[in-house]
Design a protein around this ligand. Structure first.
Ligand code: PHE
Length: 457
């Protein structure tokens, strides 16, 4: 895969290149850090059920919408709205998406930094350097968080500057399957530990009475976050996509791959939580909230590797965190690419300057977050749970009523012969015009109503 090129557009050389890049964007901390954490907070199986439903009825249609807008306009989100309509309002929406990208990236790199520190924690622990191991694993250490976030940002910027290079394609192609294999082996191990069956039950047997408006919003936010939707990442990636490719098919692969990895991550983490609990680790407080909060997987998984013991524990532990940081990197690239391509296209800035400017701004925010990790929850709520679905709603309204599905049809037809006779077409248009906007709108309205209620209570 050549890449995000600096001069010309339209250069994922192969179909696989595009699918890999989009899957690389989708699969990341969202699957392995965020999904299990949000699920544990929201009662397990009921969350999984709603999440899976929303991925298919809302996530997938929106993904097709983003990719076709990107490929048709050959632009970043702001430019895409401008190129596809005369609207003055929608470019502002595009700008909101760019902002969401900046905000999400600023906390994303802090968490991604932890995947690096836990890689080293596993090594130090094996070597018997316990003090060093607990030092590097201290997620409350602001300076350490900041340094790790800066390192991670440096890696992200260096890839954005060179274009998404051949190296990344190879990385995604080889390392993602490895991640799957490791997770599957770990699941096999975990399921035989005492306490695992309770975790499995919580994960797989839904208690539908647990479904609340909060849970639905969390599931919707998670679906958008995990699939990289609602902030124009796939508009931007779609703008580099060749006219020969079949968009609905590519989106289908990415969706199934992404939810598959999230499901496996849950299958690993939920039982692990209950095993840890049966060994006396305190996971939930009296109100049922997570004690470790966003650090949940960094609380339970390293313990699991230590318990496996010896060289085996080290190999699994270090490889797991290494692969997780690569997965995070292929996502952070796409998060940075959105504001960068916006700055290049709309402000005529050279790529290098744009990447450094945006990357620098994001780094400053992430340093502040490094010392105040509580701020991550707030950004996560405002920009992921509310911001991304809002972006998705706007994309549906834009595509369905401003750009119009007829134009989208023209775009999707290229690479998809027989679209006009295929059931996909009427079903997708119905979802984009009615089902998705109504459902997203409902969730957002109910949430706003609840928020106002709590503010004035
Ligand atoms: N989907 C990525 C993940 O799961 C995060 C992401 C969100 C990337 C939005 C791009 C846009 O980790």
């Amino acid at each position: 895969m050549a890449a995000i090129d600096t001069s010309a557009r339209g250069n994922w050389n192969t179909k696989l290149g595009f699918i890999l890049a989009a899957a690389g964007s989708a699969v990341g901390l969202g699957n392995i850090w965020r999904f299990p954490t949000v699920m544990a907070e929201n009662g397990g199986a009921a969350f999984l059920f709603i999440y899976a439903l929303l991925v298919f009825i809302i996530g997938y249609p929106v993904m097709v919408a983003e990719m076709s807008m990107g490929r048709s306009s050959q632009k970043n989100p702001v430019g895409a709205f401008r190129a596809l309509s005369n609207s003055r309002f929608f470019p502002i929406v595009g700008f909101w998406m760019v902002l969401c990208g900046i905000a999400i990236l600023s906390f994303y790199i802090v968490i991604a930094g932890w995947t690096i520190s836990y890689f080293f924690e596993q090594i130090f622990f094996y070597a018997g350097w316990y003090d060093l191991a607990s030092f590097i694993a201290d997620t409350d250490n602001g300076w350490l968080n900041a340094i790790l976030a800066i390192i991670f940002m440096g890696l992200t910027i260096s890839i954005i500057l060179g274009g998404v290079s051949d190296g990344i394609e190879r990385a995604v192609r080889m390392l993602m399957p490895m991640l799957v294999v490791i997770i599957v082996i770990l699941i096999g191990y975990v399921l035989f530990q005492p306490g695992a069956s309770e975790g499995l039950r919580v994960y797989l047997v839904p208690d539908f009475s647990a479904i609340t408006p909060d849970l639905i919003l969390a599931a919707l936010g998670q679906a958008f976050f995990s699939l990289s939707l609602g902030m124009g990442a796939l508009i931007t990636y779609g703008s580099y996509l060749s006219k020969k490719e079949n968009i609905p098919e590519a989106a289908g692969y990415v969706t199934v791959f992404d939810i598959g990895i999230a499901f496996l991550a849950g299958l690993l983490v939920m039982p692990t939580i209950y095993i840890a609990q049966s060994q006396g680790m305190v996971i939930f407080d009296d109100d049922g909230n997570l004690v470790a909060g966003i650090a949940l997987i960094f609380q339970v998984l390293p313990e699991l590797f230590h318990e496996m013991g010896g060289l085996i524990g080290l190999i699994f532990g270090a490889t797991f965190f290494f692969l997780l940081s690569i997965a995070a990197l292929t996502s952070s690239i796409s998060l940075l690419e959105v504001p960068t391509s916006y700055t290049i296209d709309e402000h005529r800035m050279p790529r290098k300057k744009a990447a450094l400017l945006i990357g620098g701004t994001v780094t400053i925010i992430s340093i502040i977050l490094s010392f105040n990790t509580g701020g991550i929850d707030i950004l996560n709520y405002v920009f992921s749970d509310l911001g991304l679905p809002l972006g998705g709603l706007m994309i549906c309204l834009f595509l369905g009523y401003v750009w119009k599905t007829e134009n989208a049809r023209h775009e999707i037809r290229s690479g998809f012969e027989g679209l006009d006779e295929h059931w996909f077409w009427p079903v997708w248009t119905f979802f984009v015009r009615y089902i998705c906007p109504i459902l997203i709108g409902l969730v957002l309205v109910v949430t706003a109503y609840e928020l106002i209620g709590t503010l004035f209570a």
